[in-house]
Design a protein around this ligand. Structure first.
Ligand code: WT7
Length: 655
């Protein structure tokens, strides 16, 4: 099986029309209906978004300006409007749906909870009041480092309720990564847990938090700790407060803090091609508008749906399609804390059966991993309630797509392959499932109001079919990122400079086929996509060179059957290269080291020792050559600048 193999995708010409029963009941039923919407959005772009913003969001004060472009590329949407995101996700449903289940939770050990909209409201208010009692005010940054439990969503919503800016750090990130993010955000409060349950083990979140705080993070005044595992942890009496203590005597009412449309709702750190991770800053109104409309258009959500997005809240997918979008529509979501393979590879399917999941959204890497367990496992569960499937995070290979379609969807569920990014806030290119026939491996067409294009090096639009180029967005859209926290210049340089502010540069390359469908080809920068998660090659390289024995390192991606991309590191040691290039103990030590520096997802799969890294005359590492070597391909690059032919042998593992 080859993933992201552009040749296998190029040959793909199967077309899957939406099943009739699905289309008949969907919101947008036909290509004609969708075209009407898209045309309206194109011709009256701002009015289109303004109408939706008035219709779909509850405002405290109506907005007066739709889009302010005066300080482009700093765009402002819906100025003078005020609203509250938690009010829009919770309170406005209480009139008709107070008893409706908002969250169905299942832990790895099988513990379950149903939380109604009323109960969610009460829990969010109690915590929000607790935060206020600690002196937190609008604009303060709060870092959330939690297991995937309902409390993670409650914490995010409680921040939103009082206008505090949250920054969720994925629980799989190390103490060092946590510390970097806390310090960059200047957070004053940390919300964590004693631990989480995953893969039959306890994830030691509090221990990592203690380590981060011991090493730095002077801005943190207090830490709220959720009791999840109840195992022994270290307690800092001057800073730590139990979640159950801070919420114990709080009122279940908390007047929402009305904030302006542009008030930052959250920061979320993601990797770029250079330097440290960047804090992507999102707005309030614009963000929620696209989160909500895409849940309606792409997931076609209805009142009786049970929606399960398997992403952790530590990623943008867990923000938009767990914590915000579906709740804004008053829907029921599923949250699962554990691993997909506990007790066996059928856990996702057993959850779908048990909770009657109707819409299921996951990453290609998970599909590929579960596919390996064979067909009998999913076939032994009743998956009849499923009506729509989705994927996100990386290109899906046609083999995995077909398996998902046949074995999970029984050929009755459309598959929405959704292209978007941490920066875009919500789906950008994705099929509207009742209207658009799908092709395995293509994310199809841009959504209404989104103008995606492929341009060449000079910024000229490529209209020819099957010619690759830069994937760009031509017009601002409500849920776009607003800046990079603390580094506005980097915002301009990364996303706008290349085409002089004309387009938003996504960092991906793509092509369109004859039908105009988009096919994502991969990143154009030095960013890896490991199991649907973004990792900068430089981040891994800096972690490696921080080790006392490493002089230099170059990291490249190598296609991996399950993870999409695996990490291959070429390392120059201080002192001698190991005999024959092999030192298994050191390799294990370095892998462990990187895991501690960043997190287990950044662990190199392979490390190769060399006396030198291949560089061009101007001193740039020849990454393309290293990528070919990592893949085991024949070398076509010019290697005449290499000082020493032996190096090539070392790099290839032949010396
Ligand atoms: C990068 C964004 C968006 C949520 C998860 C990842 C890749 C994303 C697809 C897709 C092909 C995709 C792109 C993009 N990507 N979705 N459907 N098909 N590639 O968010 O960490 O911000 O990464 O993921 O390369 O730029 P992220």
């Amino acid at each position: 099986m080859s993933r992201g193999n552009i040749n296998s995708i190029l040959k793909e010409d199967r077309l899957f029309s939406p099943p009739t029963p699905f289309s008949e009941q969907s919101r947008i039923k036909s290509r004609a209906d969708l075209n009407a919407l898209t045309t309206d959005a194109k011709e009256n772009n701002e009015v289109f978004w303004a109408k939706l913003a008035r219709e779909k969001l509850d405002w405290q004060t109506p907005f007066t300006t739709i889009l302010n472009t005066e300080h482009a590329p700093h765009f402002k949407w819906f100025e003078e409007g005020t609203l509250n995101i938690s009010f829009n996700c919770i309170d406005r449903h209480l009139k008709n749906k107070a008893d409706k289940t908002a969250i169905i939770f299942e832990g790895e050990k099988g513990d379950m909870r149903h939380i109604s909209y009323q109960a969610l409201h009460d829990d969010v208010c109690r915590l929000a009041n607790g935060l206020k009692s600690l002196g937190i005010i609008a604009g303060d940054r709060i870092v959330i480092y939690m297991p995937m439990t309902p409390e993670a969503v409650i914490a995010m919503q409680a921040c939103a309720r009082i206008g505090a800016i949250h920054s969720v750090v994925f629980g799989g990130f190390s103490a060092t990564s946590l510390r970097d993010r806390i310090e960059d955000a200047g957070a004053t409060l940390l919300i964590t847990a004693d631990g989480g349950f995953r893969g039959g083990k306890i994830v030691e979140l509090k221990a990592a938090a203690d380590q981060a705080l011991a090493a730095g993070c002077p801005s943190i005044k207090q830490t709220i700790v959720l009791k999840r595992t109840a195992h022994d942890i270290h307690w800092n009496t001057d800073k730590d407060i139990w979640w159950h203590d801070i919420t114990a005597n709080q009122s279940t009412e908390c007047e929402p803090t009305w904030v302006s449309s542009e008030h930052p709702l959250f920061l979320l750190y993601t990797s770029g091609s250079t330097g440290k991770p960047k804090g992507i800053q999102h707005s309030s109104a614009g963000y929620l508008l696209n989160a909500l409309t895409t849940v309606e258009w792409v997931f076609d959500i209805k009142d009786d749906d049970i929606f399960w997005c398997t992403a952790d809240v530590g990623w943008i997918t867990g923000h938009t399609y767990v914590a915000y979008g579906p709740l804004a529509t008053g829907s029921t979501i599923v949250i699962y804390e554990g691993a997909p393979t506990v007790p066996d590879g059928g856990r996702f399917w057993s959850l779908c059966e048990r909770h009657g999941v109707t819409i299921f959204y996951t990453a290609p890497t998970a599909i590929r991993a579960l596919m390996k367990f064979g067909d009998d496992i999913p076939l032994s569960y009743n998956l009849e309630k499923l009506r729509l499937l989705g994927t996100v995070g990386e290109p899906i290979n046609p083999e995995a797509w077909m398996w998902y379609h046949r074995i999970i969807g029984k050929e009755q569920c459309p598959i929405v392959d959704t292209w978007w990014q941490t920066e875009t806030g919500a789906h950008m290119i994705a099929p509207v499932p009742g209207a658009i026939p799908t092709k395995p491996g293509s994310c199809t067409l841009a959504l209404p109001g989104i103008e995606a294009a492929i341009v060449d090096e000079k910024g000229n639009e490529i209209l020819e079919a099957d010619v690759g180029g830069y994937l760009v967005i031509k017009k601002p859209w409500p849920s776009m990122l607003r800046t990079i926290w603390g580094d506005d210049q980097r915002y301009i340089d990364t996303y706008w400079a290349k085409f002089e502010g004309r387009y938003y540069l996504s960092g991906d390359s793509a092509r369109r086929d004859k039908a105009g469908y988009f096919w994502i080809m991969g990143r154009i920068d030095d960013v890896l996509n490991v199991s649907g998660h973004r990792l900068g090659t430089m981040e891994v390289e800096s972690a490696l060179v921080a080790h006392e024995r490493v002089a230099e390192a170059a990291v490249v991606g190598k296609p991996d059957e399950i993870k999409g991309e695996g990490i291959f590191a070429f390392v120059v040691l201080l002192g001698d290269r190991p005999e024959g290039g092999v030192n298994e103990a050191l390799t294990q030590e370095l892998r462990q080291w990187v895991s501690e520096q960043i997190g287990p997802i950044a662990k190199p799969d392979q490390i190769r020792y060399t006396d030198n890294l291949p560089k061009t005359r101007s001193g740039k590492i020849m990454r393309r050559l290293l990528r070919s070597i990592a893949k085991g391909e024949a070398i076509t690059q010019d290697t005449s600048t290499l000082e020493d032919e032996d190096i090539l042998k070392q790099l290839s593992g032949q010396a």
